[in-house]
Write a protein that binds this ligand. Sequence first.
Ligand SMILES: Nc1ncnc2c1ncn2[C@@H]1O[C@H](COP(=O)(O)OP(=O)(O)OP(=O)(O)O)[C@@H](O)[C@H]1O
Length: 419
Amino acid sequence: MTQGFGDRDTIYEDIDVLEADVGKYKPTDLPEREEELDKIHMALRPVTMDGSPRDILVYGPTGQGKTAGVQLKSEQLQEWANQEGVQLEVIHLPCKGADRSYHVLTRLVKELREVRKGQGVDEPSGYQRKRLFEMVLDELETIGGTVIIILDEIDAIGEDDYILYELSRANPDDVKIGIIGITNDLQFRNNLDADVRSSLGQREITFNPYNANHLQNILARRTAQALRDTHFEDGDEDFTHLKSDVLEDGTIPLTASLAAQETGDARQAIELLSYACDLADDEGVGMVGERHVRAAKEEIEREALIDTIGAETTQRKIALLTVVSAELNGATGETTALHQLYSDLCEYIDANELKQHTFREKLNDLVHSNVLSKDRHGRGRGQGMSNMYTLAGDVNPDSVLDALEDDSRVGHIVEVIGS
Ligand SMILES: Nc1ncnc2c1ncn2[C@@H]1O[C@H](COP(=O)(O)OP(=O)(O)OP(=O)(O)O)[C@@H](O)[C@H]1O
């Protein structure tokens, strides 16, 4: 019988604090980003002097606190404005999924209209972008005061930087506007139109990757709020002052070092620890240890792999299956041998069979997705070179088979290969 909800004691005091999504939990303090926050502060401060905020471009790899930092500073400014009775609106516009300036403009019109009319306004459709931009200006002038527009993940617009160009030159009446662009795409930043760069990029704030110490302290602060019997001693909120009855000593250091080894991404570190805590809580052991962190890492990687493979085409899935099969049977991963096996599998499931050179392209696509590794090696004296394909270092063959099993056609042959 499965356990009932609420049957068991929990290690959590406030489980949502271990949510990595900035929409679900907002840290009130980012001490690792003091310098960067000071720069954002400096760019926003003119608002307190009845001046215009400076435009800024916030740049840095993923999970470095860019959004959290910009949100924190803009909320502080909003608090000041509310206290002082100053008219200030902060619009946070996630641009993910908006593949052109056009889509960002329609979203922006909607958001600005919602400032006046409340939630539920539709995005305008069927207008030219020039007209949409005029709508943006009209709305800004109607709102008045100061409007700060945060364009998060602005790289989504690709090479079409029309909106940034127009916004950075706009001079609407009776309203001061400030643009904060956030991106983790270095190429996007470098490709911006020269005028846009000289405006937005003049105040560029870079968030460099966290190291393991930073991540330990970030995780310590999160756990002190999220877990029971976990708190700081002597008033210092860093890892060395953390005391916990539910965390083994090595749990946070291991989580931080695994995340630091990869990209220094705080989101990844928080997600890993949160998963480890869930595993321990589910087991009902009352203590989160290194084994939970390792198990969580394996599970997160397995899920990511299943997503990657699930999104592949049938032909790539069959190609992948040939490599797994070769590995499980101790056979060679050389292209010709794999192609022979591929032909048999295609016949078995009645799939269209590709010639060897096209089949090799499918294998190379899988190398690009980091599912396979490729090695060139000599066939023997005077016989030229050949490619050898294997599963990439951290890819587990059983997880690959699990992922392939979900495919309605390829799934039929997985059983045969795996047995
Ligand atoms: N210094 C910090 N202290 C506490 N939490 C942090 C810190 N830096 C980042 N975080 C947390 O890490 C997660 C990711 O942060 P955030 O979304 O701000 O990163 P980002 O740089 O904007 O990433 P992306 O480019 O992927 O959007 C969030 O949960 C955030 O609260």
